[in-house]
Design a protein around this ligand. Structure first.
Ligand SMILES: Nc1nc2c(c(=O)[nH]1)N[C@H]1C(S)=C(S)[C@@H](COP(=O)(O)O)O[C@H]1N2
Ligand SMILES: [Mo]
Length: 365
């Protein structure tokens, strides 16, 4: 069995680069991850930016910490101050809350608002930086601090003409001190401008909006903090949800994707190796099953390499299609918490957290 598809026609679509969306966001092409190693190459990592990409000079940049949750008042830390803390590496995915949004429409015939992502608004990188807990301790965080709120240095965000201010979102102190990284490197290089240079938060397992890029300040508060990104956005709205929306979204649910273009053509009677990745904010992936007949029968895929929390599991399954014509590939994963991807996803108006099984059309020729 070769580890390449025998049919090169399956890769007639561009393998490199990213798919641009109307609003300027860039989506990773899943087919380009085949053979790419565990981490998403930085040049292929999706980009989600609300406004602009600020150009920041590290020699004058500081991180400003402030708020009533600091014992001795505001603190400013330079880039070098932050580099003097112990450095840590973390392999973790960042995933937009709206990843998979287009499937509400294409699979469920529902209207949703926001970037029409396929499944490529997720990426895994090796992040290097300092633990936010160390920085907060050094800044004198009080025992009764409840929330922190990081804010970006990108331009204020205008939504339907309303100025929502700079991108910012509260994070409970409990999560902030548990496993959040203040990262300055991505895959062994300084962060690129589009991914948050000089520093960004990496909030493992949570909605991507928590991982604030181009961080400029952090408010530390003994009371609850709010921003439009926790009240009007990144909650579930619509039928079946409270009028004010669900609780602010946190952990990303279990998902799976094939490293193959939608609409790929594969040759009948030949050996193919289906490959893909599954990930969950609720822990490592326990099991992945694949169907090549539109969900009638399922076979367990072989997990290749490690199963770890905060990152995806890679998997493969040999396939020799016996009949010509269109079919649908499906993958469904089960995560450490015991949750398995299911057939449908309850609707929400902003199209967040689509985690149902994706029907991946291919044609056997
Ligand atoms: N300052 C700032 N941080 C931000 C954003 C932004 O627009 N401004 N976008 C957020 C969203 S919605 C996501 S999904 C991730 C995307 O990170 P990436 O562009 O590095 O993939 O960054 C988050 N952090
Ligand atoms: Mo996002």
């Amino acid at each position: 069995m070769s580890d390449e598809l025998t049919d090169e026609a399956a890769y007639a679509w561009p393998r490199r680069g990213r798919l641009p969306h109307e609003d300027g966001d860039l989506e990773t092409r899943w087919e380009a991850l085949r053979g790419a190693g565990h981490h998403t190459p930085t040049k292929q990592f999706f980009v989600r930016t609300h406004t602009n990409v600020p150009r920041i000079d590290v020699s004058t940049w500081t991180l400003w910490l402030h708020g009533d949750g600091l014992r001795d008042g505001p603190v400013a830390m330079s880039y070098d101050d932050l580099l003097s803390f112990p450095q840590e590496d973390l392999t973790a995915f960042i995933e937009c809350a709206g990843n998979g949004r287009s499937y509400y429409t294409s699979q469920q015939n529902q209207r949703v608002e926001g970037t029409a992502w396929g499944l490529g608004a997720v990426g895994v990188a090796r992040w290097r930086g300092v633990r936010l807990s160390h920085v907060l301790e050094a800044a004198g965080i009080t025992a009764d601090a409840l929330d922190v709120m990081a804010r970006g240095l990108d331009d204020p965000y205008l939504k339907h003409g309303r100025d929502l201010g700079r991108v910012r979102r509260p994070l409970p102190v409990a999560k902030a001190v548990k496993d959040v990284l203040l990262a300055h490197e991505m895959n062994g290089e300084p962060l690129t401008p589009e991914h948050g240079y000089p520093m960004r938060l990496v909030v493992p397992d949570w909605v991507g909006i928590a991982s604030i890029k181009w961080i400029g300040d952090i408010e530390v508060s003994t009371g609850e903090l709010h921003s439009p990104w926790s009240t009007d956005l990144y909650r579930l709205f619509g039928l079946g949800h409270p009028a004010e929306g669900s609780a602010p979204l946190t952990t990303m649910p279990v998902k799976s994707a094939f490293e193959l273009p939608h609409g790929a053509r594969v040759t009948v009677g030949c050996d193919h190796l289906l490959t893909g990745r599954s990930w969950s904010g609720n822990g490592a992936i326990r099991r992945v099953e694949v169907s090549t007949d539109g969900g009638s029968t399922w076979t367990e895929a072989r997990i290749v390499g490690d199963r770890r929390p905060h990152t995806w599991a890679q998997w493969e399954l040999p396939w020799r299609p016996e009949r010509r014509g269109p079919t649908e590939l499906m993958a469904r994963a089960t995560d450490e918490s015991g949750v398995t991807q299911s057939k449908g996803q309850p609707h929400n108006t902003l199209g967040y957290q689509f985690a149902a099984i994706i029907r991946h059309p291919v044609t056997v020729i």
